[in-house]
Design a protein around this ligand. Structure first.
Ligand SMILES: [Ca+2]
Length: 178
């Protein structure tokens, strides 16, 4: 008796693509700020894209950032193994912040990697004046605060401020959860 070869391929962590940073954003009343969009691509051992694989973004290990109640954190890959996310969320104004490598991205039960989390809206309620003072506090601690690292270069500095100013100026993240 010959058994049929298993049709099911395994997810290859090495060949799959997942972000190393997730930027939680708000919305302008019409659409979610595109600055938060990212893509996960799930591939098998032969580097073929795998459709219909469940991808899960787990953020419960993140301290100092929160996702909105209606944020979509799971979904099934489509053609080519691709799925896109754009997660709304914000920071918490007081208390500790630890959001470096805190997010876990998995596909079909395989952990593809970890991502650090940033957010324009550091205090919740949309981008506004208090964010700036919180950003300056993060900058001033001298301890890496990934939530304020908007250009995702591993440090908090003037270049990040430019991203914030842009987000504030366009109003793309004017509102947060509501
Ligand atoms: Ca930076």
């Amino acid at each position: 008796m010959v058994l049929a070869a298993a049709a099911h391929a395994d997810v290859s962590v090495e060949n799959s693509t997942a972000p190393t940073f997730i930027n939680l954003v708000g919305w302008n009343g019409t659409q979610t700020d595109p600055a938060g969009a990212f893509t996960v691509i799930v591939r098998d051992e032969d580097s073929a894209g795998m459709p219909n694989v469940e991808v899960v973004i787990e953020l419960s290990g993140c301290v100092g950032v929160l996702v909105c109640p209606d944020a979509v954190l799971t979904g099934m890959t489509g053609g080519g193994g691709v799925i896109s996310f754009n997660i709304r969320g914000h920071g918490t104004p007081f208390g500790p912040s630890w959001a470096a490598d805190c997010a876990t991205i998995s596909a079909g039960g395989f952990v593809l990697g970890n991502a650090s989390v940033s957010t324009f809206d550091l205090n919740g309620g949309g981008t506004g004046g208090l964010d700036l003072s919180l950003w300056l506090t993060d900058f001033g601690t001298g301890i890496y605060q990934s939530r304020s690292d908007f250009n995702h270069d591993g440090s908090v500095g003037g270049a990040d401020l430019a991203f914030y100013v842009q987000a504030f100026g366009t109003g793309a993240s004017y509102y947060n959860c509501n």
